[in-house]
Design a protein around this ligand. Sequence first.
Ligand SMILES: [Zn+2]
Length: 69
Amino acid sequence: MYYSRKRLMDDLPEEVTAIWSCTNEKCNGWMRDNFVLSARPTCVQCNSFMEKGEKLLPVLENANHKQSK
Ligand SMILES: [Zn+2]
C-alpha cells in the first residue's frame, strides 16, 4: 500500500532542535548544532557567519552520540 510509507513519515517524532542559520539573507543555509564543531561556524554554502537559532526537526537518533566518547 502506498499509505504505509506516508504514514511512517508522519509518525517521525519532531523536536525543537538547536541549529545555526546563515546570516546572509540571500542564503537559506543552516545546519544542526549537533554537527557544528566550531564555536563560530560559517555557512557551507556562502561562508557567511551563522547565528544560533531553533528549528522544528525530525529527531535524529544517533546524532547526539557521534561526538561523545
Ligand atoms: Zn549561507
